[in-house]
Ligand binder design. Sequence first.
Ligand SMILES: *Cc1c(COP(=O)(O)O)cnc(C)c1O
Length: 448
Amino acid sequence: MLAEKRRQYAAMNDQASKTRPTIPRPQGFSTRAIHAGARPDPTTGARAQPIYQTTSFVFEDSESAAAYFNLQEYGNTYSRIMNPTVAAFEERLANLEGGAGSVAFASGLAAQAALFVTILEPGDHVIASSALYGGTVTQLKHLFRKLSVELTFVNPDDINAWKAAAKPNTKAFFAETIGNPGGNVLDIEAVAAVAHEVGAPLIIDNTFATAFLCRPFEFGADVVVYSATKFIGGHGTSLGGAVVDKGNFNWSNGRFPVIANASPAYHGLKFHETFGTYGLLMKLRTETLRDLGAALSPFNAFLLALGVETLPLRMKQHVANAQQIADWLAKHPRVGRVSYPGLAASPYAPLVAKYLPKGPGAIFCFDLQGGREAGVRFIAALELFSHLANVGDAKSLVIHPATTTHRQLSDTELAAAGIGPGTIRLSIGLEDSGDLIADLEQALEASR
Ligand SMILES: *Cc1c(COP(=O)(O)O)cnc(C)c1O
């Protein structure tokens, strides 16, 4: 009965693909942001992506169940490993990034942890930028050190530092497209060249740029990770994350027996040899996601994929607002350094022109005169900006690191992290820029 139904649906889809005109040219980013990964539901005709809120999927018969579990056929079994709503989101993200595929996770940190767990073994070494998201630093420095992973943090701007840190056991280079609080723009091509000389992949956290502003694969990066919680979803409603793989790193280069050799966790399967381009993704899904269990919920996948439909429009507006506000702040007498890399005077201007020609995102820091006290008064006076620990929302957001995320640190320790007592981080939203500037103006006045 079910098998017969499945055959009917397959035939319907087949028919649909035959009657659809073949598309003679590659589609643009905005078209793909709306259509990639989603077709009208073959069962009901629903045009929006249905939320498959189910834990499990009925097998047609014992043979097909066995084929799924042996990975001889690719099909839905249990939503911890795959789910059609989550798959639609994964396909859309991979398409926009120009990757072979992607695996979604419950959060950005879960995605990163899963990737590291998949490619690293105890005793391996990771070289990471020192200008990373705080949660990533903690994850690497404490959780992964506890798992005997060795770590070197380097100044991301210093290509010689990346080179000098490389060792025979180096298994990954890790950095963000745009780092904080300095607004460091990574020279992706240069760091990728160093990583490849060593035989290690370059992993880029592209959360602050998104594929709309920068596609790291075009510059030699091998794997991209996302916190979809930020601009991808875009409305501060849902946690989510993803690993997108370009699919052409050679995991059989002798440095990654953990991926190339027979896996005891999957009845001796050799993931790279068996699945080629999809080797890392298959291992990530069928072993790591299976074992860690940090699966993205279908409802969050629905909201995140819906967010992607307007990503191009939103990113254009985020960038336009951020540029206007950064230019305005840079001229304000109560403001010191403004770290937006889009400023004409930014040391990163040449890298912005190369890697982020549509603009370097909408998250940046500035230094307020008057230290911690001025920071507290400034935040309290803001009306449109929300004081909270998130970025990449349609709503404008603000945080004062010295009294929140970094409050345990002394002024000297803050300075070492590149944060002043009066440093303020903004995530510029989609409101009218005139209203945002008016809010900042009155709060700067109140901070005196
Ligand atoms: C938020 C964030 C993360 C972590 O993502 P979660 O979804 O909060 O787990 C990682 N990297 C960057 C750059 C982030 O902004």
